[in-house]
Design a protein around this ligand. Structure first.
Ligand code: SAM
Length: 287
């Protein structure tokens, strides 16, 4: 890994961050009281968020393994990669193809700080601090240019992050541009796109989540499955299509995640009883 970025890793403790809150759901240790309180508050209304976060991370493993083993992909851009946990994209990809290369992208500099330690010895993987609402900043980054060869197929991953993209935003050109610019404009035919997106059908519940996240300084746009389908128009979903990601090629033998933190045990299994919120997505191919 190389990077010469000077990053100010000032850690906001007066508000939660998405990277740290999600880290707690996955059983990580890089989170603070403010993040945990945010999660506990949200789980009162939507207890299935715990399962869906963990199901999302397990989908990541299956999707990356599919891309390397079955689709022959060896380069990845992981947008909004989050804090390192077990089975990170480069570890899954390089397990099945040691030549796989990965550019991790996240807006939160804490991710770079922790990623640097993880990747110190890994020349084919890098972490960059960038805003995925500006895909050109990712494309123009020297580490992207060094690791990704756009004359060959590339997989762009937006896992549990597309709900941070609003159709209209003060930064960038909106959700569709952020999601599609690289796959549509920079990547060749035969490239792949991996998506998971928090979906809710009920407009009042969508609005509740929007307000709840906005109060914590996290603007989001929760969509319906139809709205997500529209964002993916023109790409070809591989079997079984865009689905609840828990149903995307399930594999009971895949590696486990870190254990659920004890305070979250009461919420385990909530997604089986209530499916009003889930992560919807799949793997799509650029024709
Ligand atoms: C829920 S985590 C998802 C982590 C990982 N993709 C996964 O599926 O396991 C969301 C991540 O997106 C990052 N993020 C949110 N908005 C972003 C933006 N505009 N640009 C880059 N990263 C962003 C957050 O910092 C956080 O680390």
């Amino acid at each position: 890994m190389t990077t010469d970025e000077q990053v100010d890793v000032s850690i906001p403790l007066d508000r939660p961050t998405a990277a740290r809150a999600y880290d707690w759901l996955l059983g990580g240790k890089q989170n603070y009281e403010v993040d945990r309180q945010f999660i506990l508050e949200g789980l009162k209304k939507f207890p299935q968020v715990l399962d869906s976060a963990r199901q999302n991370r397990q989908f990541l493993y299956r999707a990356v393994r599919y891309l390397v083993e079955e689709a022959g992909i060896e380069q990845f851009i992981d947008m909004g990669c989050g804090l390192p946990t077990n089975s990170n994209v480069h570890q899954v990809a390089q397990r099945f193809n040691p030549n796989a290369r990965v550019v991790y992208v996240d807006i939160d500099p804490i991710v770079l700080a922790h990623g640097q330690a993880l990747l110190a010895e890994n020349e084919s993987t890098t972490v960059i601090t960038a805003d995925f609402r500006d895909p050109n900043a990712v494309l123009e980054h020297p580490d992207t240019k060094r690791l990704i060869d756009f004359s060959k197929p590339v997989a762009t991953l937006f896992l549990s992050v597309a709900h941070f993209l609003r159709d209209q935003d003060e930064v960038g050109k909106g959700a569709k541009h952020a999601l599609r610019h690289i796959v549509d404009e920079a990547a060749p035919s035969g490239s792949y796109f991996v998506l998971s997106h928090m979906v809710v059908a009920d407009p009042e519940k969508k609005e509740w989540i929007k307000q709840f996240a906005a109060k914590a300084g996290m603007p989001v746009q929760i969509r319906t499955t139809d709205e997500v389908d529209a964002l993916m128009a023109g790409l070809e979903p591989v079997e079984p299509g865009l689905v609840n990601i828990n149903d995307w090629r399930p594999d009971p033998a895949q590696p486990d995640l870190n254990p659920v933190p004890p305070e979250l045990h009461p919420f385990v299994g909530a997604s089986e009883k209530n499916k009003e919120l889930f992560e919807y997505g799949g793997v799509l191919r650029k024709p």
